[in-house]
Write a protein of this length. Sequence first.
Length: 277
Amino acid sequence: MLPYPEIDPVALALGPLKIHWYGLAYLTGIAVAWWLAIRRCREPWSPIKREQVDDLVFYAALGIVLGGRVGYTFFYGGQRLIEDPTWALRLWEGGMSFHGGFLGVLLAMYLFGRKQKLAFWRVMDFVAPLVPIGLGLGRLGNFIGQELWGRPGDVPWAMVFPQDPLQLARHPSQLYQFALEGLLLFFILLWFSSRPRPTWAVSGVFSLGYGCLRFVAEFFREPDQHIGFEALGWVTRGQLLCLPMIALGIYLLLMAYRGAAPGDASYAPARNKSKSK
C-alpha cells in the first residue's frame, strides 16, 4: 500500500480568498487548449483562423463551466436540487459533471460556428483533440482534493485517503482516469488528427474513446454514495451516461467513412483533391 501524498487542496490563500488546485487545473487546461488551438489553426486543413481562436476558447470555457455545473445538478443532484434549487447556483461548493460539460461544449460550439459561419462538425473535429488535457488535469485536481476516490482494493498501489470516513485502502481511481481520459485519449486523438480525416471522424473517435475509457474506469471508482449502482447491481450512473457517447461515436465514424458527412468538404484537403479528379 502506498501512503497518500497529502497536499493542501488550497494552492494559494490571500486573506479570505482561497485558490484551490482544482480551479487551477481548470485554468491550466483552458490555457493549454488555447496554446494547442493556436498551433493547430496553422494547419492548411484547419477551419479555424488565428483571429478566431480566442473566441473559440472563450465559448468553450463557458460551455464547460456552465454545462458542467448544470449537468452535475441534474445528473447527480437528485433530492438536493428539489429541496434547495438555489444550490445549483452555489458554484463555490463544488460539483461538476463531464457529461454536462460535454453537452455545454456542443451548444457553445454550435453558437460559435453559427456566429462565424462555420460548419458545426468541422469545428468539433478541430476542438476534440484539445479536450483530454483539461480532463486529465481535472482528475489530478480531484486526487489532490480527495474527491471521487476509488473502490476498496488490495493492489500494491492502493492508498488510504485521509478524508475517507471508512479509512479503507482504495484504488486511486482519479489517477486511472488521468491516465486514460487524459493522457491516453490525448495521444490517440493527436495521432488520429495528425492526418487528413473525413468530417465527423475525429469527433467520433473522441466520443467513442472517452465513452469506453470512462466506462472502464468506473469499475474502479466508488459510486456516488447517494446514488449507488443504477442497474444489474454493478452499473453506475457514470457508465449509463457513457452509453450514449459510445453510440454517438460509432454513428459518427460510420457516417464519416461512408462519406455521409453533410457537404463533406472534408476535414481533409487530401480527400477533397481525390474527389475532384
